[in-house]
Design a binder for this molecule. Sequence first.
Ligand SMILES: Cc1cc2nc3c(=O)[nH]c(=O)nc-3n(C[C@H](O)[C@H](O)[C@H](O)COP(=O)(O)O)c2cc1C
Length: 307
Amino acid sequence: MKIKDLEIKNDVFLAPIAGFSDVGFRSICAQLGAGITYTEMASAKGLYYNHAEKTAELLNVTDNEKIKAVQIFGSEPFFITYAVQNEMLSKFDIVDINMGCPVPKIVKNNEGSALMNNIPLAQEVVKAAKNFTNKPVTVKMRLGFNEIIAVDFAKAMEDAGADAITVHGRTRKEMYMGHSHWDEIAKVVNAVKIPVIANGDVCSKQDYLDIKEQTGAAGVMIARGALGNPNVFAQITGNPERPLKELILEHIKTMRLFHSDKYINSNFKKHIACYYKGKRGGKEVKAKAFESSSLDEMIKIIEDSEI
Ligand SMILES: Cc1cc2nc3c(=O)[nH]c(=O)nc-3n(C[C@H](O)[C@H](O)[C@H](O)COP(=O)(O)O)c2cc1C
């Protein structure tokens, strides 16, 4: 698959997931086969107002990630223009713009999925990015805010210069309820010439085959299906799977290259909840890990676990 001039080795990608798509997780998913790895969303305004440290924390990368996408959010073209030229984005291959986030504190600033309510502004945002970077600029959208307007919106993004679009097959109103409407994603695929990446409820190789068949999309993006199960990328791409314990420990080891032990000990607990969900003895491991007060203690709990 190709986005603008960028050759991607396959068609299955790790989604931006706030609080989870950290450098360690991206690194193992890329090694297991994810063809593009996305950072979680970073604020364009935050970059401008020198919340550099907080934002930089989200934007670490390793060489294991081959095609790296940074996701930014914002609704003011000025800040988008500034963000795409920011030094911190220079290591990324793709700039993705968030037009799907449903969270009230984002929506109330006309950002994320709120941009789907204002097509001219959404187009200005894409143009602001395109005019100031030569990298591919992509958009991640939902089907609409309240109503489904995905085809019109996707065409407008294509007209504004977007090089690819990811469609999460739900409206903002649906949040995460029901099933992603793959049939609506198919309509977008048929309406635009740029590559469409289909997203929503892909958790296995069979889901991947089904969404590709039912939408005709060029690529597939996985979020929740990869949490606790990064091997899903190996299953889909045919790469060898790796033991989960080994992956968890490597995940932490990679984070340690960039973050303090204190930071990891508090931020990794949500990953522990995913990795141990439904596993034998998982509840006990989770309880112990949540009470751990140092990263070394947490690592020992993982090493001694049965996973
Ligand atoms: C905890 C969480 C955080 C998310 N953070 C982001 C984000 O930062 N940017 C974004 O575009 N989408 C974000 N999403 C949406 C996912 O990328 C994806 O579109 C959605 O979960 C549907 O895909 P899935 O069924 O594979 O999970 C997030 C989803 C979850 C559950």
